[in-house]
Design a protein. Sequence first.
Length: 136
Amino acid sequence: MHKSISKDIIDKSTKPDSVDAYLSNAPEEARATLIKLRKMILAAAPNATEGISYQIPTFKYKGPLVAFAAFPAHCSFYVMSPAVMNMYKDELKSYDTAKGTIRFPANKPLPAALVKKLVKARIEENEKAKGTQESI
């Protein structure tokens, strides 16, 4: 398991209560990358809500959608879906991946087009699972 920067840099009694609080405590290079990633996610999922879950920024739309985090040696984008990861496996070949996670260096952000595809696929997956009539 990778050790989260949030556990290294945030006082145990002062856990982040918002995405802004999380980002303000992230190292500068990771912060800039994650701010861009946040904007890409919100552009692809304008109806998503954001918050903190398991001490990391998480986006929800008809259930958990995606999340991200900063770690000492990399940033992670949590797609939260092995099926979506499999759909885009060819585009993800150059990344360190796990079942529902993409790890990448802070100085090499994920391409906006890839993030958009992944987020849109997760939206579609959540809509199918929850039904499009359910509220956010």
